[in-house]
Design a protein around this ligand. Structure first.
Ligand code: HSE
Length: 343
């Protein structure tokens, strides 16, 4: 079987991962490469991809509708998605085009499913929607680890502290971190910062995204809003502190959770065993735990440092989660949604 696929925003960090994931899953989607689209600025460029060199074409909504794609992956800004995502779900031949949008534009619309395929794939059919929202990467990573625990022990409260890599701000974020590190090595103690609000090397920045009226940032509130929508409940209380740290890739999160039912570290290990996309790496005596360096480029979410909570006792757990946010938290999640639709 083969699918006609387009990646819009193919030159960004998530767009590049989307192309790599299409190739990695070509047994599902077929050998043909996706068509690559971007703004006029990037049109005409040739990208090195696992398929070989591919040329980027300027995005135009009518061009895409005429091509009657099976799947269009959007890795673009929210404003672009608001304008284009819904028109792209209909095409010239009348066949279904599924549009999977990585921006936050439609995530909180009741009629648009917000999907982590291992958790709530059914919501696509339930809402009969061709537009599907891909979650915030921090949320998707935590959700993979937390949903099995929720199913078995019913989550009541989550306290989340994030450690988010520079690549959460895209390729320019990684470049700023690398250039800043070089500047330090060369003896310039004050590297420039344009992408981040402060220099990131040898630092951490406890504010990601725009401040909301309640004093939390949008990134922090996304974890609350999106976890509830993906899990299909308003009954979990979520409070988050989102922090940028000087790693290049893979977001980590320290999570304290309170449950309705009694829970223990061994029960968490047992409950996560064999769950798709999740691995337990928890042998602290031998320094084995989730790390951004070892989670980068990996498809699964790693869970470790699983401890009985000293606050919630036998109804609480502390744990540490890490996953590649460009891959598992974004591109791979989108590809797995499409794969589940195809198969
Ligand atoms: N907004 C995230 C970050 C990336 O800045 O790290 C996607 O969640």
């Amino acid at each position: 079987m083969s699918s006609k696929i387009a990646v819009v925003g193919c030159t960004g960090a998530v767009g590049i991962e989307l192309v790599k994931c299409c190739h990695a899953r070509k047994s599902v989607f077929g050998d043909a490469p996706p068509d690559l689209y971007a703004s006029a600025r990037s049109a005409g460029k040739t990208l090195d991809t696992p398929y070989g060199p591919l040329t980027v074409v300027e995005f135009n909504v009518e061009t895409l509708k005429a091509k009657a794609y099976d799947f269009i992956f959007l890795a673009v800004s929210g404003g672009f998605s608001l304008e284009n995502a819904i028109p792209l779900t209909t095409n010239a031949s009348g066949t279904p085009t599924y549009v999977i949008d990585n921006s936050s534009a439609y995530r909180y619309h009741d009629e648009v499913p917000l999907v982590v395929p291992e958790i709530n794939f059914d919501s696509i059919a339930a809402l009969d929607s061709k537009l599907i929202a891909n979650p915030n990467c921090t949320t998707a990573i935590a959700a993979m680890a937390l949903y099995p625990i929720h199913q078995e022990f019913k989550l009541k409260k989550l306290i989340v502290s994030t450690y988010q890599a520079a690549s959460g701000a895209g390729e320019p974020g990684m470049q700023e971190l690398l250039e800043g590190c070089k500047a330090h090595v060369n003896g310039d103690a004050r590297p420039d910062n344009k992408i981040f609000s402060h220099p990131l090397p040898f630092n951490c920045i406890p504010m990601i995204d725009k401040l909301q009226e309640n004093g939390y940032t949008k990134e922090e509130m996304k974890v609350a809003w999106e976890t509830k929508k993906i899990f299909g409940t308003d009954d979990i209380k979520v409070s988050t502190t989102a922090v940028r740290i000087p790693t290049l890739r893979a977001h980590a999160e320290a999570i304290t959770l309170e449950t309705e039912k009694d829970i223990s570290p061994q029960a968490v290990v047992d409950c996560l065993k064999g769950k798709p996309g999740v691995v337990v790496e928890d042998d602290p005596a031998n320094n084995v735990f989730p790390l951004p360096l070892t989670c980068s480029g990996r498809d699964d979410v790693s869970v470790g440092r699983i401890r009985q909570s000293l606050i919630f006792d036998n109804k609480g757990i502390d744990l540490f989660v890490c996953g590649d946010q460009l891959l598992r938290g974004a591109a791979l999640n989108a590809i797995l949604i499409a794969e589940a639709i195809v198969t």
